[in-house]
Structure formats: C-alpha cells, structure tokens
Design a protein around this ligand. Structure first.
Ligand SMILES: Cc1cc2nc3c(=O)[nH]c(=O)nc-3n(C[C@H](O)[C@H](O)[C@H](O)COP(=O)(O)OP(=O)(O)OC[C@H]3O[C@@H](n4cnc5c(N)ncnc54)[C@H](O)[C@@H]3O)c2cc1C
Length: 422
C-alpha cells in the first residue's frame, strides 16, 4: 500500500525499534542462551545477537544496566529488525483510504442488533452516539470486529456457533513515563520472562512506544479488574454476557485455572511499590516520580465449552464463523493487532471457500509469502525482509549475517570496573 501510494510515509505508523529479551540469574541466563542457540539458525531470526556482557547490553539499552548490582548475572538477545507500530494511526489511515475510494465509514455509531432474514440477508441496526439517530444496513456478509464488544454482538446474531463462549474482562495497566531525559536512555522493546501462572500475553516488557510522533516508555502489563468489556463499556457488560450455555464452561474453566486466578488476585491487590519493584528489575535507577499508572485497555479473556473438560480458557484468537459462512467474528483476550493479516486470510478461506481460488493471484500479489513457510527458505526470507525494510524505512537486513557470523559477546563476570555512561 505504501509503494502504491495508498498509505503515506511509513513513519506515520511504523518506526524501527530494536527488540530484546533480557534476563537475570543463572537459570535464566542458561535458558536464554539455549533459546538463542535454538533460534539463531532460523532465517527469520537473521542477525539476532546474544550477550552476557553488561557493557554490550548497556550499549544496546543503557537503562537496563545503570545502577544494577554488578554481581548479578545477566543476558540479552538483540535484534535491530524490530519495530514499533502505531496500530491506531494505521487503522485511521486505512479507513481514510477506503473512504476516499467510495466505502461508507460510519463513525460514532454503535451496532445495536443484527438479524438474518429469510432471504439470507443480514439487517444491522445502528445508532448514532451523537443525537441517537438510527439507521439500518443490509449485508450479505458480516464481519464482527468489535474487540470486547464482539461476544455480545455474536450472541445477538443468534448463530449457534457462538454458544458456549464466555468472556472475563481484565484491565491491562502500564506504568508510563514521558520524561524526555529518561525516554532518551531507552530505545528498545525489552521482554523478560513471565511469572508462574501468568497468561502468555503478560510477559513483562519495557517498551519505547511512539504515539503521535512522541516517544514514551511503558512498562507492564499489570492486571486490574472491572466488569466492562470495552474501555468505554458498561459495568453491566460481564453480567449481560452470561447465558445458560456459557455459565458452566466459565465455571469449569475458572476451577481448572487456579494458578491464573491466583496470579490475577495478586496483580489486582498489588501496590504501587510492588509495581515499581517489578520495573526496577528492568530499570534499577528509576525515579518513582517519573512514572504513572495508566489503564491501557480491556482484554476479554475467552472461555469456551470443551467436550472433555467442560470448559477451557482460550489464550489465542478464536475466529467464530456461522455455518453458512455469512458471518464471522473475532474473539480473544488479545487477538493481536499484529496478527490481523493472517487472521483475515484465514477468514477468506473459511467464509469464501468457493471464491478464494479466483482471488488467489491477486492475494498473492499482496502477500507473496501466503501459503508458504518463509522460515524454510533462506533466500525468500531475506528477499521478503529486505523488501519490507526498504519500503517501510526499517533497519536493513544484512543477508551476509549468516548465523556463523553473528557476534556473540560473552563475559561471565562483570569485573567491578563496569560503568555505564548515559
Ligand atoms: C494493554 C494492551 C497491549 C497490547 N499490546 C499489543 C501488542 O504489543 N501487539 C499486538 O499485536 N497486540 C497488542 N494488543 C492487542 C491488540 O490491541 C488487540 O488484539 C487489537 O486491538 C484487537 O483489534 P480489534 O479491531 O479486534 O479490536 P479493538 O481494537 O478493541 O477495536 C474494536 C472496536 O469496535 C468498537 N465496538 C465494539 N462494540 C461495538 C458496537 N456494538 N458497535 C460499534 N462499534 C463497536 C470498539 O469501540 C472499538 O473501537 C494489546 C492489547 C492491550 C489491551
């Protein structure tokens, strides 16, 4: 889309930001080394580096090392090919684009109900949030992409495929810092290791995030709780979603996941001091006054009926489709903005199975690697990453950085003379 001028300069929605993993303690250092050994020969991890040298890690991300106990063993992996994507900005740009090409985009409008008529056509009732004017739209196909609002809309659609699904809301909170001096110390997304019982999307991370051109640091996520399914939702959302068919799966899923329940309770009753301590493990030299807590979003954790266990927690994305392929919706605690493209390709194959073959050539032009495993083909992976980096103004991929040439900087002990200059 950038190449063809449908999207403006890529800096408006994507910027290069190195990605790192960072751990401390003997066991974790050993784990990260083994993880690096397992990944370094994979084409899609081309150029990944590993180090246990505090000086090298400080060069990659100074904030991690300033003020750290010199006797603590640390290790990190580093990839300069990482990015920070502002999905909000990208969504707006895409909507502007399709609007200019004739699609109708209704803003400040909520979907109140949807019903399929005998003629197979869906009637969707809309209400404008400003002035409460109502409107109806008729459609042959409906995609419900409503985040935390998707469960309720799928329930309203009446399709039986939505039976047995329940949702449990968890607020995603982050500590945020806007102080330019601190932000200047850290230009990377640094992931640690998740605590025991924590859901997969809760791996602690200290991120540079650029919003509206302004970089900030975010550390989290921490879990909070309220009963809303959307940040702007209602406290009745959870209770209104309960049905005879989803109550039992929800109870069974809760009973089977006591470690998660324990983790959540610990998080919800956590104090600011504990949250700052968690951050200190990544940024020992912090000034508490620089950091404030924000509610970043609501995640709706999906629970679903399971023939064997009664009910299970679902961590990934759940694409729910009506049997006749005329409706699909996306459920999941974190379907993942970054996974939107593969999910939509999957949707096309599921809901338009009779037409997708005739679209294949066009779709392959848009996504050349569709249906192939890039990681199995070194040359194709390099070509794809080089082209992407070139078009989106990202850090270039070095095709000569074959795994054997990847520099491994090792120093088991910080020799006491270690200092970091910022
Ligand atoms: C704290 C946090 C951090 C995250 N970090 C990452 C990350 O680093 N990488 C990543 O890939 N993903 C991340 N995610 C996940 C990602 O944000 C979501 O998976 C993604 O936004 C889901 O997109 P969506 O369009 O399906 O839903 P949403 O972004 O939730 O959008 C749904 C929209 O539908 C609207 N809506 C709901 N009900 C109705 C209705 N009845 N009528 C009309 N409109 C309605 C809502 O108002 C909203 O605007 C994160 C999520 C959170 C909460």
């Amino acid at each position: 889309l950038v190449e063809e001028g449908f999207l403006p300069e890529p800096e408006q929605f994507i910027v290069p930001t190195p990605h790192m993993s960072f751990v401390w303690g003997d066991d974790n250092v050993d784990y990260l080394r083994r993880r690096y050994e397992a990944l370094k020969d994979e084409p899609l991890f081309l150029g990944m580096r590993f180090s246990t040298d505090p000086k090298q890690i400080a060069e990659w991300a100074p904030a991690l090392m300033v003020g750290r106990d010199k006797d603590q063993r640390v290790a990190a992996t580093y990839s300069s090919a990482g990015t920070d994507v502002n999905f909000g900005a990208l969504t707006k740009l895409l909507l502007q684009g399709i609007n200019q090409r004739g699609a109708q985009v209704y803003l400040d409008t909520s979907v109140r109900s949807l019903k399929r008529g005998k003629d197979g056509i869906w009637t969707i009732k809309l209400r404008n949030e400003i002035g409460n004017a109502t409107r109806e739209v008729r459609a042959k196909f409906v995609f419900v992409g409503a985040g935390g609002g998707a469960l309720s809309l799928l329930q309203k659609s009446g399709i039986k495929e939505a039976h047995g699904f329940g949702g449990f809301p968890i607020t995603g909170q982050f500590l945020r810092c806007d102080n330019p001096e601190v932000v200047a110390r850290h230009d990377a997304k640094v992931y640690g290791k998740a605590s025991v019982g924590a859901p997969p999307m809760s791996v602690p991370h200290l991120d540079t995030r650029v919003v509206d051109g302004k970089p900030a640091l975010l550390f989290g996520p921490f879990a909070g709780w309220n009963s809303k399914f959307l940040k702007t939702g209602s406290y009745f959302d959870l209770f209104a979603s309960l049905r005879v068919h989803n109550l039992y799966p929800m109870i069974r899923a809760g009973l089977a996941n006591f470690d998660l329940v324990g983790y959540l309770l610990g998080e919800i009753f956590s104090t600011r001091e504990k949250q700052l301590d968690a951050l200190r493990q990544f940024y020992p030299d912090l000034d508490p006054d620089d950091w404030y807590l924000i509610d970043a979003g609501q995640r709706v954790q999906v629970m679903k009926k399971d023939a064997e266990k009664g009910g299970v927690l679902q961590f990934g994305t759940e694409l729910v489709t009506g049997a006749d392929g005329s409706i699909a919706g996306l459920l999941g605690a974190s379907p993942g903005a970054s996974t939107a493209v593969p999910i939509m390709l999957q949707l096309l194959e599921k809901c338009f199975s009779d037409r997708v073959d005739s679209w294949r050539d066009e779709l392959t032009k848009l996504v050349p690697s569709w249906g192939t495993s890039l990681n199995d083909d070194f040359d194709a992976a390099v070509a794809s990453m080089t082209h992407t980096a070139d078009v989106l103004a990202l850090a270039p991929v070095d095709p000569d950085a074959k795994p054997d040439d990847v520099s491994v900087v090792e120093s088991a002990d910080a020799d006491g003379e270690f200092e970091v200059e910022v």
